[in-house]
Design a protein around this ligand. Structure first.
Ligand code: PGA
Length: 253
């Protein structure tokens, strides 16, 4: 049985005051015992304040990125240990915005996954194809390659304490979500790929869908057998919308 998880990726939005206000709204409206776990990922500089406000609530804290190195002369970078130190339990790695805008390679993403895992953070590994890949019939090839590099470096065992988020790049921030069937097809493929190494871990690994998830489409996406929740961008910046999405995630599988 996989408990679903809904994570909010706030990206580079908000201010101190807006972060506090959004968290207050989430806390005020949050259900006492949601079926799904929930994680919010504010910008780095607001993490500690967010942790202070969120601790002992239903929300866990995550970061949006992490350095692959453990410490040292890496100006501007943030280590996994630092994220733990300010209260993070989760971290997103390999978001398509990092891969595309900051040229992060599959290898670097895998090293970030390993660094997070080594420090006891739960990595959320994002994979996903661009529109041209999908149109050329290369979706399976792309997501398999992105997953395989992590499986090679870290082993399937690392996924016991990790999550995957399938986020088709053409669906992120575009309002054009994958259909439930399109999402299910890729989620099943990713799970089968993990199963080829370890069937038990494949069965237990939660695979989130991300890309234009909203209150209006979350339930049908989350109803698919291999979709175990969502990674939410734009819609996570509104408390009522995010909580409606959280409420749409039920235990299945
Ligand atoms: P979106 O973003 O929900 O705004 O499409 C998803 C993401 O980038 O994780």
């Amino acid at each position: 049985m996989r408990r679903p998880l809904v994570a909010g990726n706030w990206k580079m939005h908000g201010s101190r005051a807006e972060t506090a206000r959004l968290i207050e709204e989430l806390l005020a409206q949050a259900p006492a015992e949601p079926a799904a776990q929930s994680v919010i990922c504010p910008p780095f500089v607001y993490l500690h304040e967010a942790w202070r406000l969120l601790r002992d609530s239903i929300f866990s804290l995550g970061a949006q990125d992490v350095c692959a190195e453990s410490h040292g002369a890496f100006t501007g970078e943030i280590s996994a240990a630092m994220l733990k130190d300010v209260g993070c339990e989760y971290v997103i790695v390999g978001h398509s915005e990092r891969r595309l805008l900051y040229r992060e390679s599959d290898q670097l993403v895998a090293r970030k996954f390993a660094a997070a895992h080594a420090r006891g953070l739960v990595p959320i590994l994002c994979v996903g194809e661009q529109l041209a890949d999908r149109e050329a019939g290369r979706t399976s090839e792309v997501v398999t390659r992105q997953l395989d590099v992590v499986l090679e470096l870290c082993g399937a065992g690392a996924l016991e304490h990790g999550l995957i988020a399938y986020e088709p790049v053409w669906a992120i921030g575009t309002g054009r979500n994958a259909t439930p069937e399109q999402a299910q097809e890729v989620h099943a493929l990713l799970r089968a790929r993990i199963a080829s190494r370890d069937a038990r871990i494949a069965d237990a690994t939660r695979i989130l869908y991300g890309g234009s998830v909203k209150a209006g489409n979350a339930a049908e996406l989350f109803a698919m057998p291999d979709v175990d929740g969502g990674l939410i961008g734009g819609a996570s910046l509104k408390a009522d919308e995010f909580l409606s999405i959280l409420a749409a995630a039920r235990i299945s599988g």
